[in-house]
Design a protein. Sequence first.
Length: 169
Amino acid sequence: MPRRLLALLSLLALFWVTPAFAAQPPDVQTAWQLLDYMAVDYGGAVGNGKVVSASEYAEMREFSGAVSEKLAALPAKPAKTKLVAQGDALRALIDRKAAPDQVAAAARKLGADLLAAYPVPLGPRKAPDLARGAALFQQDCASCHGATGHADTPMARQLDPPPIAFADR
């Protein structure tokens, strides 16, 4: 099994290990994951103040809206007001097609502040079940990323942008 596919399976297993995350609101974990994704992927949506991928940009706008909703729904804490304001500021950066480094910095800062105010474990308490991860990958990911992670499926050929090939180093 290619190393990237094995790493992906481990990551998938991590996010399906619910007991470790049950003590905190699931919105914290989801919001943090969305922020982390936006910090990395926004550069594929916008460059030089212009949309370079309409579908990626729409996804960034959707995800920033979801983060704002999740922040607003969190239980009351002293840091919540600031977090909501940071979420609004991130949405505004995306709406005005700010530079990728600005959006990445804002998303990472918000993610760090979110975890400081609402701590959640970022790893499982025990080693992930790789067999379960493999089953989940086949069930939820293989139709686009391919059974071996090569993203060479009929579904993958229909997507723009195409899914990541996990077997491509």
